[in-house]
Structure formats: structure tokens, C-alpha cells
Design a protein around this ligand. Structure first.
Ligand code: DQA
Length: 154
């Protein structure tokens, strides 16, 4: 039977527009355009339409997450610095009522203590971190598998 095309929204938070130039020893040399193009091809292979957006503004990220209520089946989110601080982004994920995967390029647990806390992990289906750009690819595969998993009532 033909599978329905899933609609996945990929969101990148503050400073991720600088990927490739920003602290390459931590975040690697791939830029955001390359990461987004690779995700879009992977999505195509896996039967998903992938749209990627980046903002440095918390409220803009909140508005895009809210859109998922109507327009998207799931969200892949690197909230960057807002991961560690944003109650508003956490509340938007809860309100969206669509599965969200938290993604990080770096292993935040091997870094400064303030990065060890995530405000959003508890309202996400899962977290992928530490694999560089591959964190997004692994997260996309996990999200698509999750969405295609048959779920019963109990
Ligand atoms: C990050 C980790 C965050 O702590 C940091 O603020 C970022 C990027 C990552 O992808 O490794 O901007 O989310």
C-alpha cells in the first residue's frame, strides 16, 4: 500500500545561520544550506516533505512551532541556546500536539554545565546529540519511524 507523504518541519534556532564559520572545532564545517539540502534529500528518500527554517528570534520559533498544529506532522528542532532557557518554546511544543525531536550538533553534556539542562527534552519524543550534522539525519529517521509506527489504544 502506498504510504502517505509526511510533512516535517525542521527548525534551527539562534546563531545556527553561522554554521560553517562559527566555532568549527565544536560545530563542524558544514553550513546550514548543506545540512538543509541533505535533509531534504533524505526526506525525499524516506517519503517525507522536509521544510527547513532558521531564526535568531524566540517568538518567531514559537510561531513556527504553533503552525505544526495544522500544517506539519512532526518537528525536528535544534533550539540552540534557547534549549537551555525557553519556557515559551517548551510550551509551544506542548501546545502543538505533534511529535518533536530535539537535536544538537555537539554533545552538550560534555560542555559547560549550563548546557546540561534542556527545557524542552521532557516534551520531546526523543533527543539526538553529539553526531554533528548527522544528528539531524538520525533525528529525521527516528521521527519518520515514530510517525509511521502503528499505535494502538493501550
Ligand atoms: C547547540 C548546542 C547549544 O548549547 C548551543 O547554544 C548552540 C548549538 C548544538 O547544536 O550543539 O547554539 O544546540
Amino acid at each position: 500500500m502506498a504510504q502517505t507523504l509526511l510533512r516535517i518541519l525542521v527548525l534551527h534556532g539562534p546563531n545556527l545561520n553561522l554554521l560553517g564559520e562559527r566555532e568549527p572545532e565544536i560545530y563542524g564545517s558544514a553550513d546550514l544550506d548543506t545540512i538543509e539540502a541533505d535533509l531534504s534529500s533524505l526526506g525525499f528518500e524516506l517519503g517525507a516533505l522536509v521544510a527547513s527554517r532558521q531564526s535568531n528570534h524566540e517568538g518567531q520559533l514559537v510561531e513556527w512551532i504553533q503552525e505544526a498544529r495544522q500544517d506539519w506532522d512532526g518537528i525536528l528542532l535544534n533550539a540552540a541556546g534557547y534549549t537551555h532557557t525557553s519556557v515559551a518554546i517548551r510550551d509551544a511544543i506542548s501546545a502543538a500536539e505533534k511529535p518533536c525531536i530535539e537535536v544538537h550538533l555537539s554533545n552538550v553534556h560534555a560542555r559547560e554545565p549550563f548546557r546540561h539542562r534542556s527545557m524542552i527534552a521532557a516534551v520531546c519524543v526523543g533527543v539526538v546529540l553529539g553526531f554533528g550534522p548527522n544528528s539531524y539525519a538520525l533525528g529525521l529517521r527516528g521521527l519518520i519511524d515514530y510517525l509511521r509506527m502503528p499505535r494502538g489504544n493501550g
